[in-house]
Design a binder for this molecule. Structure first.
Ligand code: NAD
Length: 486
């Protein structure tokens, strides 16, 4: 992969994949799909009862226990191939079902998962020898993993989780987001088809037709589930962490960006818009608010506008805030609070602008506006291509406000600067799992940056950029007085 992917390079890769698949230029065709089938093909591994799904995944886990690592790697290789082959189908399906995101970028996300999710090579062992002999530590599977997945990267997360969890030797049961059930279950079926073709069991990953909080609860309490993994907002993460079982929580973010006056301002403007608009801002790592030094803020916004941003006035920002943030009564407290409108999350910039009577063309991919720090566009994790810009005096104010906007989630932060002291100070202060310097946000998950990819970034529980080894338990084997050969 190239080091720094531009929008043009992403388009090139996506177009070539779509061309291979015969989809280039096609409008998304109406397809028949639901939670259990696609175009009349029944999904493998999808059950009406969560207990049946768990039993099937457990049988799959037992079947792969007798497979060699090389045989298991063949399953992962076939999942990679099938994900590439069917990337565009899942991208279309995801947009059609959730009404969120962009087909071209979702296609690119699936290819990223296929190419850069680690396989069995991630599973290593450790040996210690000494006067008393040999001690060996190995990464063992948990058994059956229960995974909760989001609506924002539905099939990407199912496939990425499956690859890591299977490479580690586990079976998996998913309780996917109800708003993305067909797309998620398509991915479950894909993983099963791939594994079976490569010599695996018929079902290794499983899901349910109708995921609910009740089916999640059955999963949490079932004795066969030894590890829970939640990728999603605070509700789901809290629920797995309260389950009493070992849990990995990959929660919400609100990534701030600082731009100081030593940065390459033209590049910063472009990088920020490229990252912020990737899949219409659905990725949890995407730029959500900018803190710009006052002396370069105008130039930064000019660069953003040259790269597909449309600047709105503060009056228009107020009108937009009323549309994209709605008041809802919190059932627990009875108090009204602002929450993001599901009709706005992941929508195109032009669709959001149309809601306040502004008509623009397809070239507009992001809405920018100057706001103060307390504006809800800064405080809320919007997950849509709206980017507030706050002017700051100096690096002290920038770091202070950016850390407050990040809110202690320890998720992701970005900075554009050539001042090493500024970069180090912000990285130390914000304590995020991912910190990207002088690049679009997606460089942080291996898209135009070094390192493997994941769609499950576990900040709260500390596994970080998860991979196969995150889904293992360590086991020690001790041989006293022997096997030290020196
Ligand atoms: P969401 O929080 O609405 O749903 C995520 C999942 O959690 C769904 O499967 C949902 O059904 C489940 N869930 C929610 N409350 C639950 C509860 N009380 N008990 C059991 N399950 C529950 O999220 P979404 O809108 O689909 O995704 C967006 C959110 O997820 C954002 O906050 C984003 O930052 C976060 N996210 C984080 C990561 C990461 O790797 N850290 C990745 C993707 C998304």
């Amino acid at each position: 992969m190239a080091m720094n992917w531009t929008e043009a390079q992403i388009n090139q890769v996506v177009t070539s994949v779509l061309n291979q698949l015969g989809h280039a230029g096609d409008a998304p065709k109406a397809k028949t799909y639901n939670a259990t089938s696609y175009e009349g093909r029944a999904f493998v591994g999808v059950y009406s009862d969560m207990k049946d799904a768990i039993a099937a995944a457990e049988a799959g886990y037992k079947a792969i226990r007798s497979m060699s690592v090389a045989e298991r790697e063949k399953l992962i290789t076939r999942i990679r191939e099938k994900t590439r082959e069917e990337a565009a189908i899942m991208a279309y399906l995801g947009v059609a079902e959730t009404k969120m995101g962009r087909v071209d970028h979702k296609t690119a996300k699936h290819i990223l998962v296929a190419d850069k999710t680690p396989g069995t090579e991630d599973i290593t062992s450790y040996a210690k020898t000494g006067d008393f002999g040999l001690t060996l530590v190995e990464m063992a599977p948990f058994g059956v993993v229960g995974a909760i997945t989001p609506s924002t990267n539905p099939s990407e997360t199912v496939i990425c989780n499956s690859m890591g969890m299977i490479a580690a030797g586990n079976g998996v049961v998913f309780n996917p987001h109800p708003g993305a059930i067909a797309t998620s279950n398509y991915a479950v079926d894909l993983v099963n088809r791939a594994c079976y073709e490569a010599g695996g069991p018929k079902v290794l990953v499983a899901s349910v037709e109708k995921p609910t909080l009740e089916t999640a609860d059955v999963m949490y309490k079932h004795p066969s589930i030894r590890l829970l993994v939640c990728t999603g907002g605070p509700g789901g993460v809290k629920s797995v962490l309260s389950s009493g079982k070992k849990a990995i929580g990959a929660g919400a973010g609100n990534p701030p960006v600082i731009v100081d006056d030593t940065a390459d301002i033209e590049k910063a403007g472009k990088d920020i818009i490229d990252g912020c608009t990737f899949d219409n801002n659905l990725p949890c790592i995407a730029e959500k608010e900018v803190f710009a030094f006052a002396n370069i803020a105008d130039r930064l916004m000019a660069s953003m506008k040259q790269n597909g941003a449309y600047q709105i006035t503060s009056e228009q920002a107020e009108a937009l805030a009323k549309v994209v943030l709605v008041e809802k009564i919190n059932p627990k407290t009875g108090i009204a609070q602002k929450t993001i409108s599901r009709d706005a999350v992941g929508r195109d910039a032009k669709v959001l602008l149309a809601k306040i009577g502004v008509t623009v063309g397809d070239d507009v991919r992001c809405i920018i506006c100057e706001t103060d720090f307390n504006h809800p566009f800064v405080q809320e994790e919007l997950m849509m291509p709206i980017l507030p810009i706050v002017r700051v005096r100096d690096i002290d104010e920038a770091i202070d406000l950016a850390c407050k906007a990040e809110g202690g989630r320890r998720h992701t932060a970005h900075m554009h600067s050539k001042n090493v002291d500024h970069l180090s100070r912000f990285a130390r202060a914000v304590e995020t799992t991912i910190f990207v310097k002088n690049a679009p946000s997606y460089a942080g998950i291996g898209f135009g940056g070094e390192g493997h990819t994941t769609f499950t970034i576990a900040g709260p529980t500390g596994e970080g950029i998860t991979s196969a080894k995150s889904f293992t338990r360590l086991r020690r084997c001790v041989m006293v007085d022997n096997f030290r050969i020196i």
